[in-house]
Ligand binder design. Structure first.
Ligand code: C2E
Ligand code: MG
Ligand code: MG
Ligand code: MG
Length: 280
């Protein structure tokens, strides 16, 4: 039941909804009060190992429960928070919540022998914030979560724009054992050789590739492209997670292509933390 109906309690970012009409100005103006008033909440979407279908972890996805406009998806307000700088305290809150939650799951033994991981998205502005490393270490220590149980997701586009100074904090965190994922991979224009200089441990293949495999039979060129990316990633010792897996056929195909883990509606929609233990 949870699988089928999981995320349908509300429509996130429905292009036809009235919410579209809420002005950016209005949302931007209300963001600080919303953070103070605890109007944000986090849903978690499972990450599943392809080899055996076991639960590897979950990605934290923030939502805004707006008192007048209902639940707003991150695409509606993250860019505004990024623009105003509120992303820094908001992002810190998400990190703290997600890390605490992961600790609770681990204490309860969710995920079995291998400790469950939590993935948290980072905006470019957070990447440039001087306190990123210290804040992250403090949050992990306060909760008692091992650094290796946290993975920070940074979009490919943000990563390739970053210079060495901006990559250094990620490198420091990676050295402590924190995972770094290249999010939405394939939508930016990485010079593939450049991947070597990034402190990443995982490549998250963008949903658009998964969609390309939807046709039956799948487009042979799409298959070759995904195969090539997976093999390059493995050569660079990056694990590959695929986003947006919606059907069993896609899951099978992506597993055959060598992808290591997957995330998508086929497994589970994002949901409240209580649902994660039964999600997969
Ligand atoms: P993302 O990191 O690429 O997250 C995956 C998005 O794909 C999520 O959208 C998720 O709900 C959606 N998704 C998952 N499985 C499927 C599927 O099978 N089919 C389809 N069609 N979609 C699927 P969501 O929750 O709307 O988040 C959108 C983006 O907002 C995220 O993309 C991420 O970049 C950003 N975001 C979310 N939470 C945070 C946060 O705490 N901080 C920052 N900086 N960004 C966040
Ligand atoms: Mg992400
Ligand atoms: Mg992504
Ligand atoms: Mg994406």
């Amino acid at each position: 039941r949870a699988k089928a109906e999981g995320g349908n309690r509300y429509a996130l970012a429905d292009p036809d909804s009235d919410a579209r009409a809420i002005s950016r100005h209005h949302l931007t103006h209300h963001l600080p009060a919303a953070l103070k008033g605890a109007e944000f909440f986090i849903e978690y979407q499972p990450l599943v190992r392809m080899e055996d279908g076991s639960l590897e972890g979950a990605e934290a996805l923030v939502r805004w429960s707006h008192p007048r406009h209902g639940v707003l998806g991150p695409d509606r307000f993250i860019p505004l928070a990024e623009h105003t700088g509120l992303i820094v305290p908001l992002g810190r809150w998400v990190l703290q919540e997600a890390v605490r939650q992961a600790c609770k799951w681990q204490v309860r033994g969710i995920g079995g022998a291998r400790p469950l991981k939590v993935n948290v998205n980072l905006s470019p502005r957070q990447l440039h914030h001087p306190e990123l490393v210290d804040d992250t270490i403090a949050v992990l220590e306060e909760a008692g979560l091992p650094p290796s149980s946290l993975c920070l997701e940074v979009t490919e586009t943000a990563m390739i724009r970053a210079d060495e100074n901006e990559l250094r904090p990620l490198r420091e965190l990676a050295e402590l054992g924190v995972g770094i994922a290249l999010d939405d991979f394939g939508t930016g224009y990485s010079n593939l050789a450049n991947l070597r200089r990034l402190p990443a441990s995982t490549l998250k293949l963008d949903r658009s590739f998964t969609q390309g495999l939807q046709r039956d039979p799948a487009d042979p060129v799409d298959l070759k492209i995904v195969e090539g990316i997976v093999s390059l990633a493995h050569t660079l010792q990056l694990s590959v997670t695929v986003e947006g897996v919606e059907t069993g056929a896609q899951a099978q195909q992506l597993r055959d292509l060598g992808c290591d883990s997957a995330q998508g509606w086929f497994y589970a929609r994002p949901g409240p933390p209580e649902r994660l233990p039964q999600a997969v």
